[in-house]
Design a protein around this ligand. Structure first.
Ligand code: PMP
Length: 428
């Protein structure tokens, strides 16, 4: 595969952009080699600047539930652009957006739009602190909630991949207010609450994790977590930036049957444009400015282009609920195919999947939390990743991430992926 143009662009980029990229995992640093510079995408595929075609399983890291450049989003954007790009004054579409979110996700009684997942989680925690009058939060080791200072403590995703789960630049003060529990381990949560009685404002969790690779929370764990938070006057925040509108129209909370107090969104909710949102119980959301004293604002929040793209995506979800059954079928098909490849080479590598989110870990022990995820052989993963890439299959270029299936992945795409997977596994 010729990737000369990507290579020379990367050399140029490294001189003027830190690491040559605008978000770390794009740089292929943990898997080695040269990142692919993308030119355009369509459906399940994208094409690089050298003209190579890839079946894409990152979907811009989650937003592209309907594949690249779906016609209904393109149309919505073209219509919107006729009227102007931004006003900084209320627009009707923001009301429509809020109505549709509150309809699709029943726990969300009120919602505020922001511009990224990071903004959503930072703002949700601030609202929880304002509401409870308490300051500390609990997060789980290996979960990623964006790059807000107080989240970059034992974080997942790129922070984990690059070996800086706790980033320099985060103050001791910030770190002291973030307590770390073990995912799927309710005793670790109870201990922290006991030791910090009446000091914890919020527990934030990815109810199905994508950022240590795909890991589902146990039913009993998440149920007990809900009960404890209610009993202790702690705001339970589900970070559904990745899982929202992906696992079900009502997100992970719908499939787990658990109602959080606040939920954060991003990715799919923007239809491929920069959008985030946070919402939940009315009594908490009414703390947010200007109805309450907790300040949060944004020059481009509720931006008309972003709202039109996002609303087009959410309307498609509302009008086609059958997509989730189809995504589950595709996910199962790919899972079975990849697993049969693993079996045929005599290994028991773990493949975790929830709906259209999936991660292959190069470890033979079940992956249920951070400690079991990091047992994966990342050198083997890197080799596997490049074998797949060279055959035109673009998996996430880092171990501790989820891959995503879209409605546009065809049986032919999945069959090719299964075939290449077998070749890649045999070559390891
Ligand atoms: N929360 C979760 C669960 C995420 O997966 C991400 C991004 N991958 C974020 C928050 C941060 O979102 P953004 O990158 O849009 O700031």
């Amino acid at each position: 595969m010729n990737t000369e143009k990507s290579k020379s662009l990367f050399e140029e980029a490294k001189k003027i952009i830190p690491g040559g990229v605008n978000s770390p995992v794009r740089a292929f640093k943990s898997v080695g080699g040269n990142p692919i510079f993308v030119q355009r995408g369509s459906g399940s595929k994208f094409y690089d600047v050298d003209g190579n075609e890839y079946i894409d399983y990152i979907g811009s890291w989650g937003p592209h539930l309907f594949g690249h450049n779906p016609s209904f989003i393109k149309k919505a954007l073209l219509n919107a652009i006729e009227n102007g790009t931004s006003f900084g004054a209320p627009t009707e579409i923001e009301v429509q957006m809020a109505k549709l979110i509150t309809e699709l996700v029943p726990s969300v009684e009120m919602v505020r739009m922001v511009n990224s997942g990071t903004e959503a989680t930072m703002s949700a925690v601030r609202a929880a602190r304002g509401f409870t009058g308490k300051e500390k939060i609990i997060k789980f080791e290996g979960c990623y909630h964006g790059h807000g200072d107080f989240f970059l403590i034992k974080a997942g995703s790129g922070a984990l991949t690059f070996g800086v789960p706790t980033s320099p630049g985060v103050t001791k003060g910030n770190a002291a207010d973030t307590l770390i529990a073990d995912f799927n381990n309710i005793e670790s949560v109870k201990k922290l609450i006991q030791a910090n009685k009446n000091e914890i404002a919020a527990v934030i969790i990815e109810p199905v994790v994508g950022n240590m690779g795909t890991v589902r929370s146990n039913d009993s764990f998440i149920k007990e977590l809900r009960e404890i938070c209610s009993n202790e006057n702690i705001v339970l925040i589900f970070d559904e930036v990745m899982t929202g509108f992906r696992l079900a129209k009502g997100g992970a909370q719908e499939i787990l049957g658990i109602t959080p107090d606040l939920t954060t969104f991003g990715k799919i909710i923007g239809g491929g444009l920069p959008v985030g949102a946070y919402g939940g119980k009315k009594e908490i959301m009414e703390m947010v400015s200007p109805s309450g004293p907790v300040y949060q604002a944004g020059t481009l929040s509720g931006n008309p282009l972003a709202m039109n793209a996002g609303l087009a995506a959410l309307n498609q979800i509302k009008n086609h609920p059958e997509i989730y059954t189809q995504l589950e079928e595709k996910g199962k098909y790919l899972e079975d195919g990849i697993k049969s490849g693993i079996k045929s080479i005599g290994k028991n590598y773990q493949l975790n999947r929830v709906g259209s989110m999936m991660t292959l870990f190069f470890t033979e022990e079940p992956v249920v939390d951070y400690n079991s995820a990091v047992k994966s052989d990342t050198k083997l993963f890197a080799k596997y990743f490049h074998e797949m890439l060279n055959q035109g299959i673009y998996f996430p270029p880092a171990q501790f991430e989820a891959m995503f299936i879209s409605t546009e992945h065809t049986k032919e795409d999945l069959d090719k992926t299964i075939e290449v997977n077998l070749k890649a596994l045999k070559s390891l």
